[in-house]
Design a binder for this molecule. Structure first.
Ligand code: TMP
Length: 206
């Protein structure tokens, strides 16, 4: 029996997830709700090892299906050994990225069809899905500018058209699931974006 709520935050690189995650945690803390913060790929011992493999810029060749399968292997571990137990204890969970990222990056970016990703999603998640997803949106040109040129991970090294396709796929998902995924214009100032997030959270939670 799931009692807690599961919130996810997603978007292309440089969209401001880190800044706004802090804000969201503070927002909930003030309401007396302690959020368990976690991330994908990662969040468990095995998941973090898989993350190291997936993001290692020295690994030049990885088949698109392998990349997708590793994302879902990490997610399976994350769901069963961290997210579900926490929700069942009545805790609230905030995940920095979740399944929408696979549709956006491996679907939009790498060109794997949604129907193939659905197979893995049905296998690992069944009918589980976030209660709310905050999707921070910026154009790909802005994303490239905001990510530091130094120390890019394997995925950050992709070209602009990759991020254009990722973004387009995120927007497509937001249109497909408008009740769950809230698209937030993250080109606005940090203060304005915080206000927009607060409005969504206040309508949703209290
Ligand atoms: P980040 O957490 O620092 O944003 O880095 C995670 C990277 O992994 C980011 O480039 C998005 C990518 N990613 C996928 O390609 N597919 C996924 O399913 C997930 C969760 C992340």
């Amino acid at each position: 029996m799931i009692k807690g709520k599961f919130i996810t935050i997603d978007g292309v690189e440089g969209a401001g997830k880190s800044t706004h995650i802090k804000f969201i945690c503070d927002y909930f803390n003030k309401k007396g709700i302690n959020l368990l913060l976690t991330r994908e790929p990662g969040g468990t011992d095995i998941g973090e090892k898989i993350r190291e493999l997936l993001l290692n810029p020295e690994i030049k060749t990885i088949d698109n299906d392998t990349e997708l399968l590793l994302m879902f292997a990490a997610r399976n571990e994350h769901l069963k050994n961290k997210i579900l137990p926490a929700l069942n204890r009545g805790e609230w969970v905030l995940s920095d990225r979740f399944v929408d990222a696979s549709y956006a990056y491996q679907g939009g970016g790498r060109g794997i069809s949604d129907s193939r990703i659905d197979i893995l999603s049905n296998w690992t998640l069944k009918d589980f899905c976030p209660d709310l997803t905050l999707l921070l949106d910026i154009p790909a040109t802005e994303s490239i500018k905001r990510v530091s040129a130094k120390n890019k991970d394997r995925i950050e090294l992709e070209q602009i058209y990759f991020f254009e396709n990722v973004r387009a796929h995120y927007i497509k998902r937001a249109k497909q699931f408008p009740d769950r995924i809230k698209l937030i214009d993250s080109t606005k100032s940090i203060e304005q974006t915080k206000k927009n997030i607060k409005n969504i959270l206040s309508n949703y939670v209290f």
